[in-house]
Design a protein around this ligand. Structure first.
Ligand SMILES: *[C@@H]1O[C@H](CO)[C@@H](O)[C@H](O)[C@H]1NC(C)=O
Ligand SMILES: *[C@@H]1O[C@H](CO)[C@@H](O)[C@H](O)[C@H]1NC(C)=O
Ligand SMILES: *[C@@H]1O[C@H](CO)[C@@H](O)[C@H](O)[C@H]1NC(C)=O
Ligand SMILES: *[C@@H]1O[C@H](CO)[C@@H](O)[C@H](O)[C@H]1NC(C)=O
Ligand SMILES: *[C@@H]1O[C@H](CO)[C@@H](O)[C@H](O)[C@H]1NC(C)=O
Ligand SMILES: *[C@@H]1O[C@H](CO)[C@@H](O)[C@H](O)[C@H]1NC(C)=O
Ligand SMILES: *[C@@H]1O[C@H](CO)[C@@H](O)[C@H](O)[C@H]1NC(C)=O
Length: 924
C-alpha cells in the first residue's frame, strides 16, 4: 500500500484545497481554532469559552488548552483532555502547520477516522485520542514524525494496519481496550524505537506473541493482558533489556516460564497470572535485582519455591492457585518489603518460617488451602500493618498467638478447618476493625469475651464446630450485641454454649443468618427474635423449652426448631402441643373458663352469621409477622369493607386501615381462584418476608385461613408512580429532580433483589403501578405476587433463568424475548425498568394510543432517537407538563440513554441492575 508518492499526492491535494488561502500566522491560527470550535465542537462545560477573536491580531496563545512556542509565539500544542467535548475528529486542527502535539483524550469525540482526513496530521509528534467514542477500523498513519500514538479505550475494530509497522520514530503505541479482532502482527517488531507497547484488553484472534518482539530493544512497558495470546513466551523476550513492566496476564500462554527473563535486569514487575504456564519457577529469576512484584498465580506451575527467590526483596509474591509443593524457605522472613503474600490453593507443606512478619510490613497474608502444619507464625503483625490473615483448610495446630490480640489493623480473619485449640486470646475478640471472623471447625474452647461487642463493623461471626462454652455474651452487657449493626451472619452452631438465648439478638438490624443449633441452650425462645427477618434460622438440638413464639409458628421454621424436647407448639407437627394450665389451678379455672366459653360461644355463633373469618372453632388462621408490629390481626378485620378500598387488582383488593396506635397500614386481601391466590400469597410472603431494603415495600405481617388470605404492608401516602404520572387525580406532578430520585431509588431496590438476595429474586412485574411512593415521594418496589427466586443450576448459567409455564407480567412492560422463550432472567426486569424510565421521561403510559398502531413507548422513543440527535430527541419526547431547565434536559438525555440500553431487544445488551444504578448515579 505504502509509497511515498501517495503521501506527496495527499499532501498536495490538501494544500491546494485548504491551506493556500490562509496566511501562515497566528492570527490565521486563531481563526482556524475558533471556526473549529464554533462549527464542530460541542462544549457543554464551556471550557473553550475564551476562544474568542476580539481583535484582528488576536493571538490564541493564552486560550485554554493552547500551547505556543516561547520565542516566535506559534501554536505548537492543543490539549483538550478531559474537557467533556463532543463532535467528530476535528481534523482541521492539523491545518495549523506548527502544531506538533494534539491531545484530545477523555472526551466524547465520536465517529470513525479515515486515513485521508488524518493525512494533514502527518507533522504531529504526539497524538492522543484515548478514552473517546471512536469506532471503525484504525486509520493509516503515514508519518515518520509520530513518536507517541495513544488510541486506547475506544471502539476501534479490525486489524492493525501494515502502516503501523512503518512509523520509524514511534516510541509509544497504546491501543489497549478496543475491539481489535485481527491477529497481533509480527511486523510491529519493526518498531525498534518503541518504549511502550500496550495492546491489552482487545479480542484479538488467538495469536502467538511474535518472536519479533525481541527486536524492540528499547521496550520498557509490554502490556498484553487479556489479548488471547497462545503458545509459549518466546525466548527472544530476553532481548528486552530495558523492560521494566512485563504484563502478559489473563491469556492462554503455555509451556515454561523462559529462563531468558533473568536477563531483564530492569524488571520491576512480572505479571503472568491466569495463564496455562507449567514447569517450575526458574530459580534464575532471583537474578533480577530491581524486581518488586512477582505474580504467577492461576497457572499450572509445580515444584518448590526456590530458596533464592524466597530471599529476594519483593513487595508482593503471589503464587496462589498452582501446584507448588514443599516447604517455604525460612529465608522468606528476612524480606524487608513484603506486604502481600498469597500462597493459597497449592500443596505446600511443613511449618511456616517462624519469623515471618518480623521484618516485613505484611498487610495481606493468605496461605489457605495447603497442607501447612505447626503453629501460626507469631510475628505476622509485628509491623502493625496486617489486615488480612487467611489460613483456612490447613493443619495448623496450637493456640492463636497472643500477639494477634494486639493487631489493631486486622479486619479479615479466616482460620476455619484447622486443628487450632485452646482459648482465643481475650484481646483478639475485641479487635475493633474486624469485619469477618471465621474460626469454625477447630478445637477452640473457653468463652467468647464480652469485648466482642466492640466489633462494630462485624458482618460475619462464624465459630461453629468448636468447644466454645459459657453464655452467649449479651446479658452482662445489655447493649452489646445491638452495636453489631452490620452483622448479617451469626453461626455459633455445634459448641457448648449454655444459658438462654439473649433477647437482644432480636435487635440486630441486618441479621439474615442465625445458627445456634447443637449447643446446650435452655430457656424459652425470646419473643424478640421474631423481629428478625432471617433467610436461615436454626436453633435445633438444644434444650429450649416453652411455647414457640407465634412468629415462628410456621412450617417454614420447623426444621430449625427440632431437637428441643421441651419445646411445644399449638399447631406445628411433630412438636407436642402445649399444656395450657397446671392441674392445681385447673379446677378454679375450669369454672371460670366454662362461663367464659359459654359467653364466647354465643358470641361466635352470633358473629358467624355476619363474618366469614371465624369459620373454625380452633384458631382459624395462621399469622406470621415479619416486623415489630403493635396491632393484632383482629384489629384489621372491621376495616376490610368497601368504604376503605384504595385499590383493586386482578385478584385482590387493597384497603387502607388506620390503627388505634395512629399508624396507617395497607391491607391486601387476595381473592380469586384458590390456587392462584395461594401462589400469589406464597410468592409474596416468601420473597418479601425475607427482604429488608429501603426501596422495597415492607411486609409487616400475613395472615391466612382456609378461605382468606391477607397481607399487611406499610402504607404509602403517595400511592403508586403510575397514579402520580397518569392518574386523573389532582396529584402533584413530580418535577424532574423528583423523578430522577425515584428512578435511582427503584433501580436500587431492583438491584438489591437481583444481586444481594440469595438466591436472586426476579420481580417479573416491574411497572409504574408497582412502584409506590411514600410521603416524601421516596420509591419502594412492591407487589411480589409474580416474583420468582432464581435457582440457577450448574450448566444453565449461560442460557440462564427458569422456564415459566405461562407469560406473566403486564402488557407494555414485558421483554420481547419473554413472550416466546418463557425464560425468566433478571434481564426481563431490566427491560421493564427501562420502560418505567421512559414513562418518567415522557409522562406517557407504555401503550399510549398516540404512538400509533402497534407501537409502544419503546418503539416510539427508539424511532425518534434513531432519527434525531440526542438533544433533539429529548426535546421531542420529554413530558411537556414538566418545565425542565437546560441542565435538567442534559440529565434527561443521559437517563434516556440508560433507558434505551435497558430496553434493548437483546437481553445480552441490557446492563445489569447494578450497572444501571451506577450509570444513573454517574457524573451527576
Ligand atoms: C489573553 O490576552 C489578551 C491580550 O492579548 C487579554 O486581553 C486577555 O484577557 C487574555 N486572556 C486570558 C484568559 O488571559
Ligand atoms: C518557531 O520556532 C520553532 C522552534 O524554535 C521553529 O521550529 C519554527 O519553525 C518557528 N516557526 C516559525 C513560523 O517561525
Ligand atoms: C456523534 O455524537 C453526536 C452526539 O454527540 C451524534 O449526534 C452523532 O450522530 C454522532 N456521530 C457518529 C458518527 O456517531
Ligand atoms: C463500544 O463497544 C461496546 C461493546 O461492544 C458497546 O457496549 C459500546 O456501546 C460501544 N461504544 C460505542 C461508542 O460504539
Ligand atoms: C520490517 O522490516 C523488515 C526488515 O527491515 C522488512 O523486510 C519488512 O518489510 C518490514 N515490514 C514492514 C511491514 O514494514
Ligand atoms: C486451585 O488451583 C488450580 C490450579 O490453578 C485450579 O485448577 C483450581 O481451580 C484452583 N481451585 C480453586 C478452588 O480455585
Ligand atoms: C470437645 O471436647 C471434648 C472433651 O474434651 C472432646 O472429646 C471433643 O473432641 C472436643 N470437640 C472439638 C470439636 O474439639
Amino acid at each position: 500500500m505504502r509509497n511515498p508518492n501517495f503521501e506527496t499526492l495527499l499532501f498536495c491535494v490538501f494544500w491546494v484545497s485548504f491551506a493556500l488561502p490562509f496566511v501562515v500566522s497566528f492570527n490565521g491560527d486563531s481563526q482556524i481554532l475558533s471556526r473549529v470550535k464554533n462549527s464542530q465542537l460541542g462544549d457543554p462545560n464551556g471550557k473553550l469559552r475564551d476562544w474568542v477573536i476580539s481583535n484582528p491580531d488576536q493571538s490564541p496563545c493564552n486560550w485554554t488548552g493552547i500551547g505556543c512556542e516561547a520565542r516566535n509565539r506559534t501554536v505548537i500544542s492543543i490539549d483538550l483532555s478531559g474537557y467533556g467535548i463532543s463532535g467528530g475528529f476535528p481534523f482541521e486542527f492539523c491545518r495549523i502547520r506548527t502544531l506538533r502535539f494534539l491531545y484530545l483524550a477523555d472526551n466524547f469525540f465520536n465517529g470513525s477516522l479515515s486515513s485521508q482526513a488524518l493525512s494533514p496530521c502527518f507533522r504531529l509528534r504526539e497524538f492522543d485520542l484515548s478514552d473517546n467514542l471512536f469506532i471503525g477500523e484504525l486509520p493509516d498513519f503515514w508519518s515518520d514524525n509520530l513518536e507517541v500514538l495513544r488510541l486506547s479505550n475506544n471502539n476501534f475494530s479490525g486489524d492493525i494496519p501494515v502502516s503501523f509497522g512503518q512509523m520509524r520514530s514511534l516510541k509509544v503505541l497504546s491501543l489497549g481496550g478496543n475491539l481489535l479482532d485481527g491477529k497481533i502482527p509480527s511486523f510491529l517488531g519493526n518498531l525498534t524505537e518503541l518504549t511502550n507497547f500496550e495492546l491489552g484488553f482487545n479480542p484479538f484472534k488467538a495469536s502467538h506473541l511474535p518472536e519479533e518482539i525481541g527486536n524492540m530493544l528499547k521496550l520498557e512497558v509490554l502490556w498484553l493482558s487479556n489479548s488471547n495470546l497462545v503458545g509459549e513466551i518466546p525466548f527472544s523476550i530476553g532481548n528486552l533489556v530495558s523492560l521494566q513492566n512485563l504484563d502478559l496476564s489473563c491469556n492462554f500462554l503455555s509451556g515454561k516460564i523462559p529462563e531468558s527473563l533473568s536477563m531483564l535486569k530492569n524488571l520491576v514487575q512480572i505479571e503472568l497470572y491466569q495463564n496455562q504456564l507449567s514447569g517450575e519457577l526458574p530459580e534464575s529469576l532471583a537474578e533480577l535485582p530491581a524486581l518488586l512484584r512477582l505474580d504467577v498465580s492461576q497457572n499450572s506451575l509445580a515444584g518448590k519455591l526456590p530458596k533464592k527467590i524466597a530471599a529476594m526483596q519483593l513487595e508482593s509474591l503471589n503464587l496462589n492457585d498452582n501446584f507448588f509443593t514443599g516447604e517455604i524457605p525460612q529465608v522468606l522472613s528476612s524480606n524487608k518489603y513484603l506486604t502481600q503474600l498469597k500462597l493459597f490453593n497449592n500443596s505446600f507443606t511443613g511449618k511456616l518460617p517462624s519469623d515471618l512478619g518480623k521484618f516485613s510490613p505484611l498487610e495481606e497474608f493468605d496461605v489457605s488451602t495447603n497442607n501447612f502444619d505447626g503453629e501460626l507464625p507469631p510475628f505476622l503483625c509485628y509491623k502493625k500493618k496486617l489486615q488480612r490473615i487467611v489460613v483456612f483448610e490447613n493443619r495448623f495446630s496450637g493456640k492463636i498467638p497472643e500477639s494477634y490480640g494486639e493487631c489493631e489493623s486486622l479486619n479479615y480473619v479466616r482460620m476455619g478447618d484447622n486443628t487450632l485449640s485452646g482459648n482465643v486470646p481475650e484481646n483478639f475478640w475485641g479487635r475493633t476493625l474486624i469485619q469477618f471472623l471465621e474460626l469454625h471447625s477447630n478445637h477452640f474452647e473457653g468463652s467468647i469475651s464480652s469485648s466482642i461487642s466492640a466489633l462494630q463493623q462485624l458482618t460475619s461471626l462464624l465459630i461453629s464446630g468448636n468447644n466454645f462454652s459459657g453464655e452467649i455474651p449479651a446479658r452482662k452487657i445489655p447493649d452489646s450485641v445491638s452495636s453489631w449493626t452490620e452483622l448479617t451472619e451469626l453461626n455459633l452452631a455445634r459448641n457448648r454454649f449454655t444459658g438462654e438465648i439473649p433477647p437482644t439478638l432480636g435487635s440486630l438490624p441486618a441479621l439474615l443468618y442465625l445458627d445456634l443449633s447443637g449447643n446446650l441452650l435452655s430457656g424459652k425462645i425470646p419473643e424478640d427474635l421474631t423481629k428478625l427477618r432471617l433467610n436461615q434460622f436454626n436453633i435445633s438440638d438444644n434444650f429450649l423449652n416453652g411455647e414457640v413464639p407465634s412468629g415462628f409458628n410456621h412450617e417454614y421454621f420447623l426444621t430449625g426448631l427440632l431437637g428441643n424436647p421441651n419445646l411445644c407448639s399449638p399447631n406445628l407437627d411433630p412438636l407436642p402441643t402445649c399444656p395450657r394450665i397446671k392441674p392445681a389451678t385447673l379446677y378454679v379455672m375450669a369454672i371460670i373458663t366454662f362461663c367464659f366459653l359459654l359467653l364466647i360461644g354465643s358470641l361466635i355463633w352470633f358473629l358467624r352469621t355476619r363474618s366469614n373469618f371465624l369459620t373454625n372453632t380452633r384458631r382459624p388462621y395462621k399469622v406470621t409477622s415479619f416486623q415489630r408490629i403493635e396491632f393484632s390481626e383482629e384489629e384489621l378485620f372491621p376495616f376490610l369493607k368497601d368504604e376503605c378500598i384504595i385499590g383493586t387488582g386482578g385478584s385482590c383488593r387493597v384497603y387502607k386501615v388506620k390503627l388505634k396506635t395512629g399508624q396507617t397500614v395497607a391491607v391486601k386481601r387476595l381473592w380469586g381462584v384458590k390456587r392462584e391466590a395461594e401462589d400469589v400469597f406464597r410468592s409474596e410472603t416468601e420473597s418479601l418476608g425475607r427482604i429488608r431494603h429501603g426501596n422495597i415495600v415492607k411486609l409487616l405481617m400475613c395472615c391466612s385461613g382456609d378461605e382468606f388470605r391477607i397481607l399487611v404492608y406499610e402504607y404509602m401516602e403517595n400511592g403508586s408512580l403510575g397514579d402520580v404520572l397518569h392518574g386523573d387525580k389532582c396529584a402533584v406532578l413530580p418535577d424532574w429532580p423528583k423523578r430522577f430520585t425515584i428512578a435511582i431509588g427503584a433501580a436500587q431496590g431492583l438491584a438489591y433483589l437481583h444481586h444481594d438476595c440469595q438466591p436472586p429474586i426476579v420481580h417479573r412485574d416491574v411497572k409504574s403501578n408497582n412502584i409506590l411512593l411514600d410521603a416524601e415521594m421516596r420509591p419502594r418496589v412492591a407487589d411480589f405476587g409474580l416474583a420468582k427466586t432464581l435457582q440457577i443450576t450448574a450448566g444453565d448459567s449461560g442460557g440462564g433463568g427458569a422456564a415459566m409455564s405461562r407469560v406473566a407480567g403486564t402488557h407494555g412492560y414485558i421483554a420481547p424475548e419473554y413472550s416466546y422463550t418463557l425464560k425468566v432472567t433478571e434481564k426481563s426486569d431490566v427491560y421493564s425498568f427501562g420502560v418505567v424510565l421512559l414513562e418518567l421521561i415522557t409522562g406517557k403510559r407504555p401503550n399510549d394510543p398516540s404512538f400509533g398502531e402497534n407501537k409502544d413507548v419503546v418503539k416510539w422513543v427508539t424511532e425518534v432517537a434513531l432519527s434525531l440527535s440526542s438533544a433533539e430527541c429529548v426535546a421531542q419526547i420529554v413530558d411537556p407538563r414538566m418545565k425542565s431547565s437546560a441542565s435538567e434536559l442534559k440529565e434527561i438525555q443521559k437517563v434516556l440513554n440508560v433507558a434505551l440500553q435497558c430496553t434493548s431487544a437483546f437481553p445480552m445488551n441490557r446492563p445489569s441492575m447494578r450497572k444501571v444504578v451506577e450509570l444513573l448515579k454517574d457524573q451527576w
